[in-house]
Design a protein around this ligand. Structure first.
Ligand code: HEC
Ligand code: SF4
Ligand code: SF4
Ligand code: SF4
Ligand code: SF4
Length: 591
């Protein structure tokens, strides 16, 4: 039968896809450490690690991560309530539908002796679960297409995930709505369960179903007399009641049936209920078969990644397991955008429209990198730019509801990229490299080479020179610049500075120099003051701007809640934008 055949095909593709995905967890690689480890060694280390974890006290940690972080999404709840609500509605609604409706043969029937999909509470619950998913999908659409949250990008994968869920749910509700009104269905049922009834009884039954069950009959139209209804009720109670509660409790489906009522007969004649049945099942099968290749695969990858991250520590875990975890993490990303909303350099995206600046988008590039895809020098360059603009501030890692250690991913990717030899042209701080390279975990010889490449990159970074040169004749409209800073959500706080110097004392860059003023020009507190006084020449000629590595320590310490680091970032992006304009104007080449 067509139904069985397509179910088996879908299941086979699903299983193969799943196996393929797990295979890539052990064969794809990011980072210099992963390069020398074979897939077999990684499988071995993973098995060993799992056995060791299961027989240690960490099992509690594991369960905690599974229930609190993966199922209840505690982290997402703290971060963004609306997103949490969306996820919870879709996840629980869908899982309950899957277990109690799609797999009813294996779950509902053995579990409940009285189970029939058409009696209460089951008829009501199925509708309720469907409504949960539909509301969840509605919130997802609202967030992605109407709220237009800054840095929340929507790509074709997100659209597919939303679309397939929407088609499955809507076709399901429409199908049930159409079935409620369907006269063909009614006749089939009567054939099966009331064949012994006589003509008058059947008339009564039909009247009863038209009156109370939403059946749309071509012959029987109300109002009916009490005797007919009474007669129908008797037959109904004998033949139908044990399996049928009134469908009104399935609010969505019954509402749909009411809406379809005027055209129900035509729809029934055109076999629309059967067509909807095909649409519903095909959508489910397509969803199932494509699941391992779509973002929905996170249903599997995210809990695994959350649990792996809960029990793994960088210092004690085998490098083979870290390599595996990092590939797994790429599949665990749900593209929710939380990291990008929190990213300290997210603001730079407005000046430099490189998607790789946003952590949620960098993940996509890392997937290509991990799979070993051929990337053009241009693509590598844009990935690099994004990587190097990252300040390793940890904000993304702390915020990620999938528990991905983004920080470590960036470290690994930087190593890979540096090893490929593409030093970044537009470096924001020479100090970023030293932190970014996570020196302590690296082998000396390899680090020396990487840091040499990095150093050369900075020295040759013509853009830094151009920007520095530009500083004094930076013909910026005075009020335009100040109002830009004041309008910036990130930078508007500079005027609260009362020059206590706390920021400068906290700054590791300032501490790095014996006579900081000589190299840096202005220190962070002086820059905040100078911005208040609109001393743009001073501000933009300060080396501090370009040595700042965006560590946010100044901002954290400021007693006046001045967003010191954010102000510095805004200033840098203004300067870079101007520098690009100037270079373009002079050379005629767009940079
Ligand atoms: C043994 C249980 C059982 C009995 C008895 C029974 N039905 Fe059903 N009926 C069902 C099930 C199960 C469905 C849903 C089938 C499906 O999902 O396609 C259904 C579906 C229907 C539908 C389509 C609407 C819907 O909700 O899916 C109608 C109309 C219907 N039955 C009428 C009757 C009438 C009239 C009688 C009595 C003469 C009757 N049924 C007796 C189990 C039963
Ligand atoms: S670590 Fe990098 S990517 Fe993550 S929030 Fe900080 S700057 Fe953004
Ligand atoms: S990395 Fe985490 S926070 Fe960022 S988009 Fe992916 S799941 Fe969301
Ligand atoms: S710590 Fe804050 S208030 Fe103090 S000088 Fe720095 S920016 Fe101003
Ligand atoms: S963010 Fe602040 S503390 Fe950190 S380097 Fe820049 S100015 Fe110094």
């Amino acid at each position: 039968m067509f139904y069985r055949a397509s179910l088996y095909v879908a299941l086979a593709i699903f299983a193969l896809g799943l196996a393929y995905k797990v295979f890539t967890w052990f064969t794809y690689r990011i980072g210099a450490d992963a390069a020398g480890i074979s897939a077999a060694a990684r499988v071995g280390a993973a098995l060993q690690g799992m056995v060791r974890t299961l027989f240690s006290g960490k099992i509690v940690t594991l369960l905690r991560a599974f229930f609190l972080d993966a199922i209840l999404q505690v982290k997402a709840y703290r971060e963004d309530r609306l997103r949490w609500l969306m996820h919870t509605l879709i996840f629980f609604g869908f899982m309950l539908l899957l277990l109690f409706h799609a797999l009813e043969k294996y779950v509902s029937v053995p579990l409940f002796a009285e189970y029939q999909p058409t009696v209460n509470p089951f008829i009501f619950l199925r509708d309720l679960f469907g409504a949960m998913v539909i509301v969840g999908v509605g919130i997802a659409i609202y967030r992605r297409f109407f709220l237009k949250l800054s840095h929340l990008r929507t790509n074709s994968q997100d659209q597919y995930a939303i679309a397939i869920l929407a088609v499955i749910m809507l076709s399901g509700i429409l199908l049930h709505g159409a079935k409620i009104g369907s006269y063909t269905r009614y006749e089939e049922m009567v054939q099966e369960y009331a064949m012994n009834a006589d003509e008058e009884d059947l008339k009564g039954l039909e009247a009863y179903w038209v009156e109370y069950y939403g059946t749309v009959s071509p012959k029987a139209k109300g109002p009916f007399d009490a005797a007919t209804i009474e007669r129908g009720k008797l037959i109904h109670e004998m033949s139908c009641l044990q399996c049928h509660s009134r469908p009104q409790s399935a609010v969505l489906s019954y509402g749909t049936a009411l809406l379809m009522r005027p055209v129900a007969l035509a729809l029934d004649r055109a076999h629309v209920p059967t067509i909807l049945w095909y649409v519903h099942f095909l959508a489910c099968f397509i969803g199932l078969a494509y699941l391992p290749f779509s973002r929905m695969f996170h249903i599997f990858a995210t809990p695994v990644s959350l649990m792996a991250n809960a029990v793994m520590e960088k210092k004690t875990s085998a490098p083979a397991n870290i390599a595996t975890r990092q590939v797994m993490e790429l599949d665990a990303c749900t593209h929710c955008g939380t990291c990008s909303a929190r990213c300290s350099v997210g603001v730079v995206f407005e000046t430099i429209p490189n998607l790789n600046i946003l952590p949620s988008e960098k993940i996509g590039s890392l997937k290509a990198l991990a799979a070993g895809k051929e990337l053009s020098p241009q693509q590598l360059k844009t990935i690099l730019q994004g990587m190097y603009l990252c300040t390793n501030c940890y904000r993304c890692t702390v915020a990620c509801p999938s528990g991905i250690n983004l920080q470590d991913l960036w470290f690994s990717a930087r190593e890979t990229l540096l090893a490929r030899g593409y030093p970044e042209f537009l470096v924001l701080s020479p100090f970023s490299y030293y932190r970014g390279l996570a020196t302590e975990g690296l082998n000396g010889a390899r680090y020396a080479k990487a840091s040499e490449i990095a150093r050369d990159g900075i020295l040759a970074g013509v853009n830094v020179a151009v920007v520095r040169d530009l500083s004094s004749p930076l013909a910026l409209g005075d009020s335009a610049l100040k109002s830009k800073l004041e309008a910036s959500f990130q930078a508007q706080t500079f005027s609260q500075c009362y020059r206590c110097m706390t920021c400068s004392n906290a700054c590791p860059v300032v501490r790095n120099y014996r006579t900081p003023q000589a190299t840096l020009g202005l220190l962070p507190h002086q820059i905040m003051h100078a911005v208040g006084l609109r001393l743009w020449d001073l501000v933009f000629s300060a080396g501090m701007l370009w040595d700042c590595l965006g560590c946010y320590q100044c901002q954290e310490q400021c007693p006046q809640s001045v967003h010191v680091a954010d102000v510095l970032y805004e200033l840098k992006s203004v300067a870079i934008a101007r520098a690009r304009e100037k270079v373009s104007a002079e050379t005629g080449v767009k940079v």
